[in-house]
Ligand binder design. Structure first.
Ligand code: NIG
Ligand code: FE
Length: 414
């Protein structure tokens, strides 16, 4: 029977999709490749995916509101970027140059630069300026195939500015086709002149209740790191957030191995991120607890640090998500670049990198509706690349392979 379809993408060289995304169980996660494939979307939801002949029989492109001839191109789920700090004022390009001359990230932070400098600029900025900045970054993300992105607050470090940031995220999300997932990260750094324990009390007693009241965040994240927040301080914050309905996330084992992975496992965090210093024990704890590890190769790349040990996660059969970590210290909005770094830097296979940037990434932000896959019932979010085989995306690095982007069944970038 023929029906009216909103969008049909047809005659793609390949339609590529993870098979097991969103169910919290990585065991069946393969990358399925449909040669000469097609996808049909109705009311924003995928209603058919398969060989073009089959899909177009039920959903003829000529009867669809819109159709895309994807001859010679590859259709992927839109990328999910599950870790960014994308709302801030200013940049830190001079610190980039200082780091290249040998300054360390922590030296810069201890001298009042780094995060604290972005905090000063962000406190001074009007909300409208922050919204405009974020919208510009969201446009760049979209152009590189991202259709879902997590954005953290954390450049306020006081109740007023943290709320301003979460409101800016909410306002930008309303105006943009990307699905934006908001995270509260008041515990991103200790404000200048503050005592860490007293600041932890303020996060718990002032910031968290105000954020929960305003209903502006889904997750609560903490920078659990030597010289920032200890494991016990991180635990207090994450548990307080959990009581108010915010799911824990954690920056763990980035510069030093402190025990953030074990904490993530104990409190049922959605994800543990960075993990440059994670041990086999940490990986096992995350795997057993169903915490999604998020690797951020752009951060290691821009710090000139060794990459996370992706092979150790692979050996333990714990699938990893990938994210940009876009922030003033790691200035890239592109999940295409992350997939390239995952392969060329961390030596992941193209299939593992694409799953990490789609279905596994969706788990890191608790999206269990099929986000990050192309299957019946999943959101109609697609990225179409000008390549005939998905392996060409990391192979042909340093260029934009993504050409057309679709969110909820509408072409939003071409
Ligand atoms: O994930 N490590 C803490 N937060 C960010 C960096 C933020 C910044 O330097 O502004 C990260 O890398
Ligand atoms: Fe981060």
């Amino acid at each position: 029977m023929e029906r009216m379809t909103d969008l049909v993408v047809h005659d793609a060289a390949q339609v590529v999709t993870p098979t097991g995304g969103g169910d919290g169980d990585g065991s069946d996660d393969e990358l399925e490749v449909i040669e000469n494939g097609a996808v049909a979307i109705e009311d924003g939801i995928v209603v058919a995916v398969g060989p073009t002949t089959d899909v177009t029989r039920a959903h003829p492109p000529e009867n669809a509101t819109e159709s895309v001839d994807a001859t010679g191109r590859t259709v992927l789920p839109g990328f999910v970027d599950p870790h960014t700090h994308a709302v801030f004022a200013g940049d830190r390009v001079d610190e980039f140059t200082a780091k290249l001359a040998g300054a360390s990230y922590q030296d810069i932070l201890e001298e009042g630069g780094g995060i604290l400098r972005t905090v000063r600029a962000t406190r001074e900025a009007e909300r409208a300026e922050l919204v405009a900045n974020l919208l510009e970054h969201l446009d760049t993300m979209l152009a590189h195939g991202t259709t879902t992105v997590e954005v953290k607050s954390g450049y306020g470090l006081d109740v007023e500015t943290e709320l301003k940031l979460l409101e800016a995220i909410d306002e930008a999300a309303d105006q943009h086709p990307i699905d934006v997932v908001p995270t509260f990260m008041g515990a991103h750094a200790v404000p200048e002149g503050a005592d860490t324990e007293e600041y932890v009390d303020r996060v718990i007693e002032e910031q968290l209740p105000a954020v929960a009241d305003a209903g502006l965040a889904e997750f609560c994240d903490v920078f659990c790191e030597a010289g920032v927040f200890s494991v016990s301080q991180s635990r207090r914050i994450l548990e307080a957030g959990q009581e108010l309905g915010l799911t824990p996330k954690i920056h763990a084992e980035e510069f030093e191995r402190l025990g953030g992975s074990q904490l993530a496992a104990d409190c049922g965090a959605a994800s543990a991120d960075h993990l440059l210093q994670a041990t086999d024990e940490d990986i096992e704890a995350l795997g057993e607890a169903g915490v999604t590890p998020v690797l951020l190769p752009g951060t290691a790349f821009s710090l000139g640090a060794p990459y996370a040990d992706a092979a150790a996660f692979e050996a333990a059969d714990v699938p990893v998500a990938l994210a940009t970590d876009f922030n003033p210290n790691c200035f890239s909005q592109s999940m295409e670049s992350v997939v390239e770094l995952a392969c060329n830097g961390m030596r992941m296979t193209p299939a593992a990198a694409i799953r990490g940037a789609t279905s596994i990434a969706a788990r890191a932000v608790d999206r269990t509706d099929g986000t990050g896959t192309i299957r019946e019932g999943a959101p109609g979010d697609l990225a179409i690349a000008t390549v005939t085989n998905y392996q060409h995306i990391p192979y042909n690095f340093g260029v934009s392979n993504v050409q057309t982007v679709i969110t909820d069944g509408t072409v939003v970038h071409r």
